[in-house]
Design a protein around this ligand. Structure first.
Ligand SMILES: N[C@@H](CCC(=O)N[C@@H](CS)C(=O)NCC(=O)O)C(=O)O
Length: 243
């Protein structure tokens, strides 16, 4: 039977999109990715996306799936994937932790939208509480379930990646006291499917996105870029007079 044609409607930074891409990449499924601008949603996208959100998976140009968890589970099941356990209880446990990962993304949203330093640190504390809870549930070394990469890994990897950029701006170390998560995040960072979910310019793209936020982190991002531009100008060869 011919393989369906998959088109994923995406956004270059969206962590939920990354989950779907990681799932496709893990299973070597061919797909086309279309990145859209969420600030100016195209009419065709508004027509097909019931919630106006990405990711949306278009299958054979006629069936539309939305919600990243549903898309990933479908892709896994339709391709006899191994990204979820077959045992109903173990599978439910994995899906519960995918849901937990979504809550950490909500905390990250609070972090980058926090209007001032005080609310930023409140959001940071809520996020750190989540990491402590997660750490206490991580029993094995390796991926979430040990040896086998699963949809839980695909759900957390985009959140971990986001925090690397936040750390550059704030000097915070989110995983300083949660060693198992720190180890896990490093494993995920080098996984080919995780790397492929974003462009190589992701850190710069995220930085630009942050500079546009009217928030504490937005201010730090603007200062960071300003500082870098000044350094580049000072260090540029044309500014050094040859003796
Ligand atoms: N629960 C959804 C969340 C998806 C989501 O929030 N996508 C964001 C981008 S990361 C979006 O499309 N936002 C546009 C909007 O809300 O108007 C999922 O898991 O797919």
């Amino acid at each position: 039977m011919a393989h369906p044609q998959y088109t994923l409607i995406s956004h270059l930074l969206c962590p939920y999109v990354q989950r779907a891409i990681i799932t496709l990449e893990e299973q070597n499924i061919a797909y086309k990715r279309i990145d859209i601008d969420l600030a100016i949603k195209p009419d065709w996208f508004k027509k097909i996306s019931p919630l106006g959100k990405v990711p949306v998976l278009v299958i054979d140009d006629d069936t539309v799936l939305f919600e990243s968890a549903v898309i990933s589970e479908y892709l896994n099941e339709a391709n006899n994937g191994t990204l979820l356990n077959n045992d109903p209880l173990k599978k439910a446990h994995q899906k519960a932790w995918v849901e937990f990962a979504s809550h950490t993304l909500n905390n990250i949203g609070q972090l980058y939208n926090a209007p001032d330093e005080k609310s930023f640190h409140m959001a940071e504390n809520s996020l750190n509480d989540k990491w402590k809870t997660l750490e206490s549930h991580l029993k094995i070394e390796g991926y979430f379930n040990g040896q086998n990469f699963s949809l839980v890994d695909a759900a957390f990897a985009p959140a971990f990646r986001y925090l690397e950029v936040v750390e550059t701006l704030t000097q915070l170390h989110f995983f300083k006291n949660v060693k198992a998560i720190s180890h896990w995040a490093k494993l995920l960072q080098v996984r080919p499917s995780v790397k492929k979910a974003v462009s190589e310019h992701y850190p710069q793209q995220l930085m630009v996105f942050l500079t546009q936020r009217n928030s504490y982190l937005g201010l730090l991002a603007r200062q960071y870029i300003h500082h870098q531009q000044n350094n580049n100008t000072t260090n540029s060869p044309s500014n050094h007079v040859q003796a």
